[in-house]
Design a protein around this ligand. Structure first.
Ligand code: NDP
Ligand code: 2IT
Length: 449
C-alpha cells in the first residue's frame, strides 16, 4: 500500500525518480519524508518559494573513487568508494562509512538523506553526509583491512576536515577501521586533527560511551515511547535483530532497564535463548573473536540456532531491528502485531519497509523511526567533536547522561511536532517534520547556495 503524495510534492518526487534512476533505497527514503511534508508546505509557503525540498533532495557534492589494494597473497583488488556530502546547512557533513558488498550509490544516498534529518533532530551543529564502499571485510585479516583503509583515505582525505566533513563508523566499520583511517589521514596531512573522524579509540581522542551510544540511545528513545503510554520496559520480552555494534549495546541497555532479550541474529541465522541472551558470551564471539553468531549455541546450553530463520516470527512485546535496511517487511509487521508486539524502535537505518511502517501505525504500535530512535550514535559523535575541540575528555557517566538528555529531547520534539500537525503519536510525521523545519529554515536564512 502506497500513501498518496500532496499534489505539490508528487512532481518533485517524480523528478527525484527521473534524476536518480535505479537508486531504489534513495527513492524510498525520499518518499517517506515527502509523505510527511504536505501540511508543512501549506503552513510555511516560503519553503516552496525557495525550492527547499528540491534542493534538499540533491546532494551538495558526491565523490566516487577507485580503491585499489592488495590481499595477503599479493593479489590486487579494486573496490569502489563513495562519499555523499548531502547538506551542510547546520554544520559540517557528518555521517558514517559503511563497508558491505551491497553498497552502491543508492544506498549511500538513502543513508545520507536520512542523516540530514537525523542530525537536525539532535539539536547539535552537524550537517548530513554518508560514505562507504562495496568492500567486503568478512574473513579479511587485520593487515588487509589496514591496506584497504589506507588506500581509501589516500583519496578521501582531500575532502575531509574537522570543519568540512567528519566520517565515523557504520556497518563493517568500527574502531579498528577508524584507527587505520585516522592514521593515514594524520600521515598524509601531517596534522593531528582529532575532530576529523569520530568513533576513535579512547586513548587517542575517542569519546567514552560512543561505542555504546547508538544501542543505548535507541533504548532510551524506546523507554520514552513506553512512558508516553504509561508503560515501561520492566518484564518485557524483546527481540533484537543483528549482533553488531548497535544490537549488542541495545541488548545491554534493555537488560539494565529490566527487559529480557531472547533473540538476536546475523545475516545467516537467528539465535533463540529463552533464558535471555548471555551478553558477555555474545560480546566475546562478535567483538573479540569476530565470528558468526551460530557459535553461540555451542557454548550456551538450551539456546537454539535457526539457519535462515526469521527473527520476527518469535513472539515478543518489543522489537528492535538493528541490522540493515528493509529487514522487516509488511508480512513480518503483521506477524509481530498478531503476536502482541506493542513497540518497535529502529536501531538500524530504514529497517522497516513502507508497508511494515503503515501496519505498525495502523495497529497503534509505538513506532520509533530510525532517524529519531538511532540518533544517539551521531549525537555522541558530536559530543566527541566537542571534546576534541576543547581538548577535553569526559567521564562515561557524564557522556551517557548527555546522550540520555538528547534522546529525551528528540522524543519530546517528535511527539510534540506530531501533535502540532494533527497526527498524535505518529513519530514518523514528528521526526520528518521537525527535522525538515530545522534544516529548511537554515537554508532559507542562508540564501540561494
Ligand atoms: P555492524 O557491522 O556492527 O553490525 C551489522 C549487523 O547487521 C550484523 O549482525 C550483520 O550481520 C547484520 N547485517 C548487515 N547487513 C545485513 C544484511 N544485508 N542482511 C542481514 N543482516 C545484515 O553494524 P552496526 O551495528 O553499526 O549497524 C547496524 C545498523 O545500525 C545499520 O543499519 C546502521 O546503518 C545503523 N546505525 C549504526 C550506527 C552506528 O553508530 N554504528 C548509528 C546509527 C545507525 P552479518 O555479520 O551477517 O553481516
Ligand atoms: O547512521 C548513523 O547515524 C551512523 N552510522 C553514525 C554516524 C556518526 O557520524 O556517528
Amino acid at each position: 500500500m502506497v500513501a498518496g503524495l500532496d499534489e505539490k510534492l508528487e512532481p518533485i518526487y517524480q523528478d527525484v525518480l527521473r534524476r536518480n534512476p535505479g537508486e531504489t533505497e534513495f527513492h524510498q527514503a525520499v518518499r517517506e519524508v515527502l509523505e510527511s511534508l504536505g501540511p508543512v508546505l501549506v503552513r510555511y509557503p516560503e519553503f516552496a518559494e525557495h525550492k527547499i525540498i528540491q534542493r534538499i533532495c540533491e546532494p551538495e557534492r558526491q565523490i566516487i573513487f577507485r580503491v585499489p589494494w592488495q590481499d595477503d597473497q599479493g593479489h590486487t583488488h579494486i573496490n569502489r568508494a563513495f562519499r555523499v556530502e548531502f547538506n551542510s546547512a547546520l554544520g559540517p557533513y557528518k555521517g558514517g562509512m559503511r563497508f558491505h558488498p551491497s553498497v552502491y550509490l543508492g544506498i549511500i544516498k538513502f543513508l545520507g538523506f536520512e542523516q540530514i534529518f537525523k542530525n537536525a533532530l539532535t539539536g547539535l551543529p552537524i550537517g548530513g553526509g554518508k560514505g562507504g564502499s562495496d568492500f567486503d571485510p568478512k574473513g579479511r585479516s587485520d593487515a588487509e583491512i589496514m591496506r584497504f583503509c589506507q588506500s581509501l583515505m589516500t583519496e578521501l582525505y582531500r575532502y575531509l576536515g574537522e570543519h568540512t566533513d567528519v566520517p565515523a563508523g557504520d556497518i563493517g566499520v568500527g574502531q579498528r577501521e577508524i584507527g587505520y583511517l585516522f592514521g593515514q589521514y594524520k600521515r598524509i596531512t601531517n596534522r593531528y586533527e582529532s575532530g576529523v573522524l569520530t568513533g576513535k579509540g579512547l586513548d587517542w581522542g575517542g569519546s567514552r560511551a560512543r561505542t555504546e551510544a547508538t544501542g543505548y540511545g535507541t533504548v532510551f528513545f524506546l523507554e520514552e515511547m513506553l512512558k508516553a503510554r504509561s508503560k515501561s520496559l520492566v518484564g518485557k520480552t524483546c527481540v533484537v535483530s543483528g549482533s553488531g555494534n548497535v544490537a549488542i549495546y541495545a541488548i545491554e541497555k534493555i537488560r539494565e532497564l529490566g527487559g529480557k532479550v531472547i533473540a538476536c541474529s546475523d545475516s545467516n541465522g537467528v539465535i533463540l535463548d529463552e533464558k535471555g541472551i548471555d551478553l558477555e558470551l555474545l560480546k566475546e564471539i562478535k567483538e573479540i573473536e569476530r565470528r558468526r553468531v551460530k557459535v553461540y549455541v555451542e557454548r550456551r546450553p538450551g539456546s537454539t540456532y535457526v539457519e535462515d530463520g526469521v527473527i520476527w516470527d518469535i513472539p515478543c512485546d518489543v522489537a528492535l531491528p538493528c541490522a540493515t535496511q528493509n529487514e522487516l517487511t509488511g508480512k513480518d509487521a503483521r506477524t509481530l502485531v498478531a503476536n502482541g508486539c506493542i513497540a518497535v524502535a529502529e536501531g538500524a537505518n530504514m529497517p522497516t519497509t513502507p508497508e511494515g511502517v503503515r501496519i505498525f501505525l495502523d495497529a497503534g504500535v509505538a513506532f520509533g523511526p530510525g532517524k529519531a530512535a538511532n540518533a544517539g550514535g551521531v549525537s555522541t559523535s558530536a559530543l566527541e567533536m566537542q571534546q576534541n575541540a576543547s581538548r577535553d575528555s569526559w567521564s562515561f557517566e557524564h557522556t551517557e547522561e548527555r546522550l540520555r538528555e538528547i534522546m529525551v529531547n528528540i522524543h519530546r520534539t517528535c511527539y510534540e511536532t506530531a501533535d502540532e500537525f494533527g497526527q498524535p503519536g505518529n513519530y514518523v510525521v514528528g521526526a520528518n517534520t521537525a527535522g525538515f523545519l530545522k534544516v529548511g529554515r537554515a537554508m532559507v536564512a542562508m540564501g540561494l547556495i
